[in-house]
Design a binder for this molecule. Structure first.
Ligand SMILES: NCc1[nH]cc(CCC(=O)O)c1CC(=O)O
Ligand SMILES: [Zn+2]
Ligand SMILES: [Zn+2]
Length: 385
């Protein structure tokens, strides 16, 4: 039985409804007026006859027309990925001529300051708008219990900020603020004698480091340490230094613990030497806790809220958008997510480009408008075609 004859049959069977519209046939030609009156008839029909699905379905079940054409498909998305939404992570080591492939992070390198400009030049030319910097101290003896090297004026991050700002003035420089790359114990703050984070000292140190990066010229500081109260402390010190008006404060507000940061820790040499980060990064099931952290950081003065990882936490991205209606939401598609996509594509599970777009579109659909992605160089090419 064809669809239209089924509709007809159902309509005929439903003979006790006096407002039943006449059955349509496949050959009927409609005018705009005809169409409008049919819609209004169908609407009044469904409102009085909930038992029948036939007539309203006849019109409103037709969705394909809305996305037959590629351009129409793009119109179905609330937001489209653009180059300006992307932030590219860069690992900057303290060995000036370093250019080392990170084995667990396919295609990504650790680079010394001397390698940055030649690497960035073609990307900037293709439309790269923003980078996020992570310092990697490799020289022996650089790490200590207080993470002293984090704001070393001769260290890789401050050197890189100055260099990039001078050579690519149009590039927006975000700097990750944390101590784990610089502490001998690998934790994201200063520890008290029982091995837990000492909040007051950690926040004091983290906020000093953030201000040092901002004074060196970073456009944005992004604390990823998760110590309570660091957003307020950084904002206050930025105000004290009279640079709050030109420094964007992006909070890693909802940063979850788990196993997706592994390749990053290989790249940055920042794995904790004992224990884990479960007492300061959020538990994966903690949606309510994440919502509290988001609200807290908004109230402490964050300009942008970040959610991380991204694909496993799309509900949290959507919560961040709802809670911080007037703040942009960023999502970090982290090292483990990136490595998974690369590994599966390599194993023939799916096409790399298709999946990179699918995962990123999912992140945008959930509510983010800024995406930190290791796929950024590829997107700069893909978005041109
Ligand atoms: N605290 C530092 C930091 N900043 C961003 C990441 C992870 C980013 C990634 O996995 O790509 C981490 C690692 C961690 O918290 O252990
Ligand atoms: Zn850290
Ligand atoms: Zn603990």
């Amino acid at each position: 039985m064809s669809f239209s004859s089924l509709v007809q049959e159902l309509s005929v069977r439903d003979g006790n409804n006096p407002r039943r519209p006449p059955p349509r046939t496949a050959t009927s030609v409609s005018t705009v007026d005809d169409c409008a009156s049919r819609i209004s008839r169908a609407m009044s029909y469904t409102s009085t006859a909930a038992t029948s699905v036939s007539i309203a379905g006849d019109i409103r079940s037709q969705l394909h027309g809305g996305y037959h054409h590629p351009l129409a498909r793009s119109w179905q998305a609330e937001r489209q990925l653009t180059k300006s939404m992307l932030i590219y992570p860069l690992f900057v080591s303290d060995l000036e001529d370093d250019e080392t492939l990170i084995p667990s992070l396919p295609g990504q390198y650790r680079r010394g300051v001397n390698k940055l400009v030649p690497f960035l030049q073609p990307l900037v030319h293709k439309g790269l708008r923003s980078v996020i910097l992570f310092g990697v101290p490799l020289k022996p003896g650089t790490k200590d219990a207080l993470g002293t090297a984090a704001d070393d004026p001769q260290g890789p991050v401050i050197q890189a900020i100055r260099l990039i700002k001078q050579r690519f003035p149009q590039l927006f420089i975000v700097v990750d603020v944390c101590l784990c790359e610089y502490t001998s114990h690998g934790h994201c703050g200063i520890l008290s004698s029982d091995g837990t984070l000492e909040n007051r000292q950690s926040v004091d140190r983290i906020s000093d480091v953030a201000v040092a990066y901002a004074l060196a010229g970073a456009h944005c500081v992004a604390p990823s340490d998760m110590n309570d109260g660091r957003i307020r402390a950084i904002k206050m010190k930025l105000i004290d230094e009279s640079i709050a008006h030109k420094t964007l404060l992006m909070s890693y507000a909802a940063k979850f613990s788990g196993c997706l940061y592994g390749p990053f820790r290989d790249a940055a040499g920042s794995a904790p030497s004992f224990g884990d980060r479960k007492c300061y990064q959020l538990p994966p099931g903690g949606r309510g806790l994440a919502r509290r952290a988001i609200v807290r950081d908004i109230n402490e003065g964050a300009d942008i809220i970040m959610v991380k990882p991204a694909s496993q936490y799309l509900d949290i991205i959507s919560d961040a958008k709802e809670l911080g209606k007037d703040l942009p939401v960023a999502a970090y598609h982290v090292s483990g997510e990136y490595a998974m996509v690369c590994a599966a594509a390599k194993a023939g599970v799916f096409d790399l480009k298709t999946m990179a777009f699918e995962v990123t579109e999912g992140i945008l659909r959930a509510g983010a408008t800024i995406v930190i992605s290791y796929f950024t160089p590829e997107f700069l090419d893909w978005l041109d075609n």
